[in-house]
Design a binder for this molecule. Sequence first.
Ligand code: REL
Length: 837
Amino acid sequence: MSMTRLTLRHALTTTLAPILALSAGQAAAEDALLRFAPVKGAIALVAKDQAAPILVAPQDATSVRHAAQDLARDLEQVSGHASRLIAAPEGKMPAAIIIGTLGQSPLIDAMVRADKINPARLTGQWESFLILTIEKPLAGVDRALVVVGSDRRGTAYGAYEVSRAMGVSPWSWWADLAPRHQDAIYAPKGLHHFGPPSVRYRGIFVNDEDWGLFPWAAQTFDPTRKDIGPKTYQRIFELLLRLKANTLWPAMHKTTAAFNSDPANAKLADDYGIIMGSSHSEVMLRNNVGEWKDAPEAFNYASNPDKIRLYWDERVRKNAAYENIWTIGMRGLHDTGMVGTNSMAEKVALLDKIIKDQRDLLDAHVAGGAAKAGQIFVPYKEVLDIYRAGLKVPDNVSIVWPDDNFGYIRQFPSKAESRRSGGAGVYYHLSYLGYPLAYLWLSTTPPALVQEEMLRAYDQGSRNIWIVNVGDIKPAEIGTSHFLDMAWDAEKARTASQQDYLRQWLGEAFGGELGAKATGLMDDYFRLNFERRPEHLEWPAKAEDRHLSGFTVEQAHYRLRRWRALAAQAQALAAQVPADRQDAWFELVEFPIRAAAAANIRFFAAEYYDEMIEVVPAEAYSAGGAIAWAEGEIAAITDRYNNAIAGGKWRNIMPAEAADTQWRIYRPRPIVTPAPALRSAPDRFFARVDATPEPQMPILEAENAPLPQGWRKIDGLGRGGAVVMAGAKAAPWTASFTLTKPQQGVTIGLLPMFPDGEERELKVEVSIDGGAPVTVSAPRVVGSAGWVTGVLDNLLKLPVAMPIAAGTHRITITPRSSGIALDQVVLENRTEEKVAH
Ligand code: REL
């Protein structure tokens, strides 16, 4: 037995567990894939002004050769020394990097035959890889760092993993995180094993691109094409591989040409090993807004099935050779319901027939037919009702359960559904255009919420496909990484808090010290935006509401103080950021914080102006000045993003603000923006903001009571810093409090989650001092007033009527449904807030 084999065995038994527990790019120093100073026994990949060549067999997949080329480029970018790509050993080589796929690369297979690589952990595995050092791997090569993948993506991920270990962030190009120079790069002896991923298909949906990605691609990045075409998609595919993702739902709005209108796009996806899907409304890879050339009324399967079937048939034939995930079912031409039916029974029957016909097309053209082809059914918006009314989705089709567009997953698979051979998945939003209000500007969904919901889904069987709507990609960099990292390794994610994730991500981007400071800022950014997203400030607006936002003056001013402090810190810290991270700092930290802060100042100053103009005009004029200041701030930082940073690379990517107005129905009494003549210096307003007392609310924050058995604390969600989430057999939650005057009841604040499986309402029992419990329930109906309130506030307020005398009491809350995330108990019965759920 060779020495290598011994080392291998040793590595497998002793070091694998800790390595697996650590993330990519985060391995502890002693387990590091690469070092930048000589270590005993390490292989010199770059030393003495030379970079080792990269061996990759011509027989290997194009995606592998792309990744090898990118690795060569990265090596050169880091070290300044070019590395050559070669197909076989040339002469005598002291060191090399060998990249290849098991069973596909003759280089790798030769090493397996010679007992240099033990393929046991790769054979038959999905997207897995080993990175290991081997002595005398091939004739003529003394030593090599070898990346061996179980399949074409596994190998590519492995090559990018080496890049990452050299300091090349997956976002290096997309977020201007240029790698730092290294004079030398060494690979210490060892073996590292990665994969298989927790979730089989992991991808993004580029959506609502009209205001960011499209104008940027059309006018800045690919002006010859004037569209999102292969040049832009190449960047997206590479990003996906660097993030260990494998699937894309492409841009689909009318402004952008349909992805498949140029066959070069799908061909390129295949070259990169990317699996192409399409969104819930673009079944059978057809982008209807761009490709359906007949009258819109003719997109009706009840009256026009032959024509529509032909339309689908053409796409299936043309794209059958590629790896695809076929979305089946049918909606309207865009994000609307299917036409041609009246009753629910008719809808179910028509959709059953559509699915059958679509599977016949797959049988006709795709290798292995409908029994083998990857297929998903997405019960998005109205389609969930059709599914619930009895639609039969064939067993091998994955059901991809969407969130409610606001980050709360509408339905989790029941036990029976989780046993379907096609498995289950999730379609999740980090950005949204639609009812009741869009959020397209800043990326504000807290990682803590995404983690909670996605792991709930994972635990209940949604493990086959996860797709996240990332809007224009920028500025959703952190959210996108977080989602895809969880999809790659769900167990690792489980133990990390929001702050842990931010610390790791920002530490990798900016270094430990600056990363830790940025973590505090971004954690606060997510918390403040969770209370109200910057795009949702104008809500709610019942005509009689004094404050459109629903915030009292104390709450609003307290909030502004926190935003102003945060923006000031982000700006002040910029002075400590090294020159090569200045652009990235602005894109990832400073811009989102300053933009959200300015949006809040502008909105709450306008509310204050409205309130004061007839009472103390000078106060109002100063608030008018604050509005003008905030408008100027947004204009200036947007201009800087688009025109000044990264040498103009991002021109046209950042819209001046939440780009959409069509859904703003909640604005019956618009805030008056004062004319310039009615504005003065903002100092008086800001002094007022600083002097307003903190809001005093009689509130019990759930996380401050002792955590009962079966509950978990989730940091980063809810008012006050955390919520507590009840598990399956949670004990009652209980806390004591003192009232100085009698109350008519309390108001329970929950996160507006959905319960598990077939449950349809959130339910708790509340009792005071061991008295008779009162049951409170909230049916979770998307579109209802209660749902709108819940998702825009990220808080579901459930008033409980029960007289309580002054004095000290004990309240007990017992979960009676799943999905109970308790945020707070307001010691008042806020019946005026009672809304229909
Ligand atoms: O978020 C979604 O999935 C939908 O809103 C989209 O399909 C749709 O294109 C939306 O962007 C509105 O146009």
